[in-house]
Design a protein around this ligand. Structure first.
Ligand code: HEC
Length: 154
């Protein structure tokens, strides 16, 4: 007997949640899920960011000359806010290519102002870092590419 009452109560709840527009509760939940914005951190693989680099495929082999140049630039222009091994004012660049595309990283270095304003992932990162923005250190494209090569060795 009790089971039947529970069933009736559940059916009643489902019907009343559906409201007067003929949509079932299940339909509403589905609709809501479709409206939820997708998580930009999860969609990183399809995000090249906004800026001068449209697409970038890295050669399999790491170029050690480039790494040396990149490390030098990184140490003089980035370590005020980034530490290789741990979170500091900004995130650690260790393993960055496991969570960002190469083009995205380049655009973040070359065009951070626009990135934190318009790119969904960079916007989320800015919030996570309490609104302290990534600084434009005016690297040339070449220098930025060398820093990226250095990041591959961390
Ligand atoms: C004044 C501090 C500051 C300096 C200098 C700075 N950054 Fe940043 N950077 C940040 C902050 C804060 C963030 C995270 C918040 C944001 O993106 O706005 C960030 C984010 C990043 C990201 C994205 C990291 C991720 O996990 O997605 C990269 C890549 C980056 N910085 C590279 C560099 C490089 C390369 C330099 C040197 C050329 C540099 N940064 C110099 C503060 C700085």
């Amino acid at each position: 007997m009790k089971g039947i009452y529970t069933l009736i109560t559940i059916s009643f709840l489902l019907v009343s949640c559906g409201g007067g527009d003929g949509k079932s509760a299940a339909d509403r939940i589905k609709e809501q899920a479709q409206m939820e914005p997708t998580d930009p951190y999860e969609n990183w693989e399809s995000n090249n960011g906004i800026g001068p680099i449209k697409d970038l495929t890295l050669p399999a082999e790491i170029n050690q000359d480039m790494v040396a140049r990149g490390q030098e630039a990184y140490e003089s222009k980035c370590t005020a806010c980034h530490k290789a091994e741990k979170k500091f004012i900004g995130p650690s660049p260790k393993g960055i290519l496991e969570r960002r595309t190469a083009a995205w990283v380049m655009n973040m270095i070359l065009n951070p102002e626009e990135m934190v304003q318009k790119d969904p992932l960079a916007k989320k990162l800015l919030i996570e870092y309490n609104g302290s923005p990534m600084a434009n250190q005016n690297l040339t494209e070449d220098e930025a590419r060398a820093v990226l090569e250095y990041f591959r060795t961390l």
